[in-house]
Design a protein around this ligand. Structure first.
Ligand code: ASP
Length: 359
C-alpha cells in the first residue's frame, strides 16, 4: 500500500507534518518491524523558470506546456506506483520532456552562438550518492539516459581489481561512449526547432543593436533559456534527481551550465532530499545551490522549504534568478522560484496531477 503526499506553497509544512505516518514505538522498544502503514512516493517535475507572463502566453502554448508536464508526471508516477525505482521514475519523466519540443532539453534545445545545439544533463542516486553527468552533447537524443548510464557503469572490475568509472563526460568522448553502449544518437537536425532558431536570431540582433532595440527585440526568458528536471521518492525511500538542458540561447559553444554540475544544479541524498535547479547557471554553480539545500537540512536541521528558499536566495544575492524543485525523504516538496513563473508539476495526495506555471 502506498500514498502520495505532495504539496506546494506555504501550506506545505503543516500539511506534511499531519500527513506523515506515525508509528508509535514505546520507550526502549526497537522499531524493527517494517512500517506497513503507508509507503510514500512522490514526484515533482519542472520545465524551466523565467519571466513567464500570462500576457505573453497564448492559450494554445499554455495548453501544450501543461500537457507536456502532465505526460512527464504520468510517466514517472506509473513507475513509482508499481514499486519502481526513483531513478527510473526521474529518468522517464525527463525523457518525456526531452522529447517535447516545447522545453529546452533534447528536441527543442536552444542554439549556441555558433548555431549548434549543445546539451548538458545529470542524474544522482540518493541511496549510493553515485552520479552521472554529461556536457556538450550534440547528437545524443536523450542526454539524461547517458547520465543514467554513467551511474550504472560507475563500478566495474578490470582483471579482478575494482575501478571507478567516469562520473562526468563531455563532448565527442561522451558521444563515443554513448554509441558503444547502444544509446541512440541522432543528426543535429533532429534538435532543430524554428522557434528556438528565431530566438537565436532575435538575441543576436538585439546584441548587435547594443541591447537598444526597444520593442523590436523583446527577449523573453522563453527565448533565452529553460531546463527540465524531476525529483522522485520511491517506495523503498530512495531519492533521485534528473536534470537536462540545452543551456542558454546564444551561449558560447563549449559553455557548460549548472545542470550537470553535481551540487550546482543537481543533487540527491537519501539522508536529506533531491534537488533539480533551473535558472542562470553560472550563479547557481557559484552558490552551490543544490548541495546547499541538502547541507542546510543535514547540518542545520532545517526543513526542506526553508532550506530550498535560503539556497535560492544565495544565488539571487549574486545576481542569479531561477527556481528549483525538491523532495525530501518524508515526501515533503518545495518548488520555490524568484522569477515570474516556473513550469512545474507534482502529484497531489489523491494521486491527482497538479501543473502550475505562474506565481
Ligand atoms: N540553468 C540552465 C543553464 O544555465 C538554464 C536554465 O535553467 O534556464 O544552462
Amino acid at each position: 500500500m502506498f500514498a502520495i503526499v505532495l504539496f506546494s506553497g506555504g501550506a506545505l509544512a503543516a500539511a506534511q507534518e499531519q500527513s506523515r505516518p506515525v508509528k508509535a514505538v514505546g520507550r526502549g522498544e526497537i522499531d524493527d518491524q517494517p512500517n506497513m502503514e503507508i509507503k510514500k512516493i512522490g514526484l515533482v517535475v519542472h520545465g524551466g523558470a523565467g519571466t513567464i507572463e500570462r500576457s505573453e502566453m497564448t492559450l494554445e502554448r499554455e495548453r501544450e506546456h501543461r500537457a507536456g508536464l502532465e505526460r512527464a508526471l504520468t510517466a514517472g508516477y506509473e513507475i513509482l506506483k508499481r514499486g519502481g525505482l526513483s531513478l527510473d521514475a526521474a529518468e522517464a519523466a525527463v525523457r518525456v520532456l526531452e522529447d517535447d519540443p516545447h522545453f529546452n532539453a533534447g528536441k527543442g534545445s536552444v542554439f549556441t552562438s555558433a548555431g549548434t545545439n549543445e546539451m548538458d544533463a545529470a542524474m544522482m542516486d540518493g541511496k549510493t550518492l553515485k552520479a552521472g553527468a554529461v556536457a556538450n552533447l550534440r547528437h545524443v537524443k536523450n542526454p539524461i539516459s547517458l547520465a543514467r548510464l554513467l551511474i550504472e557503469k560507475s563500478d566495474y572490475v578490470v582483471s579482478k581489481s575494482p575501478r571507478v568509472g567516469p562520473l562526468f563526460m563531455a563532448g565527442e568522448g561522451a558521444e563515443m561512449f554513448a554509441k558503444e553502449n547502444g544509446i541512440e544518437l541522432v543528426d543535429q537536425k533532429y534538435f532543430f526547432t524554428q522557434e528556438r532558431w528565431n530566438a537565436l536570431q532575435k538575441v543576436k540582433e538585439s546584441e548587435k543593436a547594443g541591447g537598444a532595440g526597444g520593442k523590436k527585440f523583446i527577449i523573453t526568458d522563453q527565448d533565452r533559456h529553460g531546463t527540465v528536471g524531476a525529483v522522485a521518492l520511491d517506495q523503498q525511500g530512495n531519492l533521485a534527481v534528473a536534470t537536462s538542458t540545452g543551456g542558454t540561447t546564444n551561449k558560447k559553444s563549449g559553455r557548460v551550465g549548472d545542470s550537470p554540475i553535481i551540487g550546482g544544479g543537481t543533487y540527491a541524498n537519501n539522508a536529506t532530499c533531491a534537488i533539480s535547479c533551473t535558472g542562470d547557471g553560472e550563479f547557481f554553480i557559484r552558490a552551490a545551490v543544490a548541495h546547499n539545500v541538502s547541507a542546510l537540512i543535514e547540518y542545520r536541521g532545517m526543513k526542506l522549504e526553508e532550506a530550498a528558499q535560503m539556497a535560492l536566495d544565495k544565488a539571487k544575492k549574486l545576481g542569479g534568478e531561477g527556481g528549483l524543485i525538491a523532495i525530501d525523504k518524508h515526501g515533503n516538496i518545495a518548488l520555490p522560484f524568484n522569477t515570474s513563473g516556473m513550469y512545474r508539476g507534482y502529484v497531489d495526495p489523491d494521486g491527482k496531477l497538479v501543473v502550475e506555471i505562474y506565481k
